[in-house]
Design a protein around this ligand. Structure first.
Ligand code: DAH
Length: 433
């Protein structure tokens, strides 16, 4: 069995699998606000090697050639669920820092593709993360009622605009522009639970390769089998490039955009680790984007998940720290240098019980806690759950507070916890016990 680690692929999460035709939690009649990232964002990939910016304090960002102001992205209206803390992440682009584990890993994957395919793959790492619902879901055939479209799972800027939840959002547009071999790296955003392997922003890389009939015909195979075989060979090579001579296995799975679909797992440090999702692209996607006589493969991988294993990084929040004791341990081109923990300050646990209502979700709770405690919250875990005779359900959550950088005082933690209690009560409309 694969062990669950750092943001498993969105569409293959067991829970989403089961709810392939899940629910859509909210629907809105309002429709307004422009879509920010037009094709201008896609074409502008110029500042690739520019030095990364300091944490953003400005209220206007420039992303992929598009100016984005905070007021456009974070608004106090019910069709918008993007908090301030997420806006500040939009310009960070960890994947474009050559000295950061995420950037180092991206570069290692790029160099595998450059060598194996003589630089045939076009690379994009500065496409705007604000995309339309069409790009994020419709273009890659995510069903109308798929759970991933819900406000509980995805950050909506307005009913037609989201923070991309996967780099697959760029497949269709790049295909239409004529690209046949490409890699897209970027920050992706998902509302989620809180623990050492989940963070609402993480990084993915998408790969895509288109074949012509002349590619597969000489082999005597049909296009789909040819592409599937090529895909597996390519990704097995990539896994060996990153992890050395590891044991691997392929698992059949489901994604809306590929058929057949697979996951690659490797046996590493005595566990099966899910490395990526992939498959042969649905013909419908190719057809809609001007590639009727072609076959293609695609894959998507989560960079944090792999970087945590390759660099021995125990907590996903560390990727965001600016503490020199972390940043100074990594350098350009050094894949797999083992991170040496510089401190382990003790966690402080606080429990909180309340009667939930019909619209309560754990993601909403986590959003409130992160909004107050930021990266000082390490985990939010349900430790008790019961329904009384009257049919009311009570949840007890244990919140672990811990800084990666310093000791927290009792006073500071108590203050955080009081604010959390207060906002949980008012924003989530639950009754504290
Ligand atoms: N978009 C998927 C996710 O976020 C990952 C993925 C799976 C991408 C299969 C692909 C693919 O291109 O073919 O979970």
């Amino acid at each position: 069995m694969a062990f669950s680690f750092a943001q498993s692929t969105f569409f293959s999460k067991p829970s989403l699998f089961l709810h392939k035709n899940g629910f859509r939690s909210l629907s809105f009649s309002l429709s307004f606000s422009p879509c920010f990232c037009t094709s201008a964002a896609l074409s502008s990939d110029k500042i690739r090697h520019q030095k990364w910016r300091q944490p953003v304090v400005a209220s206007v960002l420039e992303l992929g050639g598009v100016k984005i102001s905070k007021d456009d992205v974070v608004r106090d209206d019910p069709t918008n669920n993007v908090p301030d803390s997420i806006f500040t992440k939009l310009g960070m682009q960890l994947h474009r820092r050559d000295q950061h584990p995420i950037g180092i890993l991206k570069n290692a994957i790029y160099s595998y593709f450059d060598t194996t395919y003589s630089k045939k793959f076009d690379k994009f790492d500065n496409l705007c993360p604000i995309v339309s619902v069409k790009q994020n879901f419709d273009d890659v055939l995510v069903p109308e009622d798929h759970v991933s479209r819900s406000y509980n799972d995805t950050y909506y800027v307005d009913p037609e605009t989201v923070l991309r939840c996967h780099t697959s959002a760029h497949q269709a547009e790049l295909l239409r522009k004529g690209h046949t071999h490409f890699l897209v790296t970027g920050d992706v955003y998902r509302r989620d639970s809180i623990d050492s392997t989940h963070y609402p922003v993480f990084h993915q890389m998408e790969g895509f390769r288109v074949f012509n009939p002349e590619d597969w015909e000489p082999s005597g195979m049909d296009g789909t089998s040819y592409a599937a075989e090529d895909l597996k060979k390519c990704l097995e090579g990539l896994a060996r490039h990153l992890f050395g001579a590891v044991e691997m296995r392929w698992i059949d799975t489901y994604f809306p955009f590929t058929n057949p679909s697979f996951e690659l797992e490797i046996y590493f440090q005595e566990k099966w680790l899910e490395v990526l999702g992939c498959g042969v692209t649905e013909q419908e996607i190719l057809k809609r984007n001007g590639r009727t006589n072609n076959v293609a493969w695609a894959f998507g991988l989560g960079l944090e998940r792999l970087a945590m294993v390759l660099f021995d990084i125990p907590d996903i929040r560390l990727f965001w720290t600016t503490d020199e004791r972390f940043t100074s341990q990594f350098s350009d081109g050094q894949l797999g240098v083992k991170f040496k923990s510089f401190s382990k300050y003790p966690p402080c646990f606080k429990d909180m019980s309340f009667w939930i209502n019909g619209s309560f979700t754990e993601n909403n709770l986590c959003e409130v806690v992160r909004g107050i405690a930021g990266d000082l919250v390490e985990e939010v875990r349900l430790i008790d759950n019961f329904t009384n005779k009257k049919g009311r359900t009570s949840h007890c959550y244990r919140i672990a507070y811990r800084s990666m950088e310093r000791s927290l005082t009792d006073e500071e933690i108590n203050d955080l916890q009081w604010r959390v209690r207060d906002q949980v009560e008012t924003k989530l409309n639950v009754e504290l016990r």
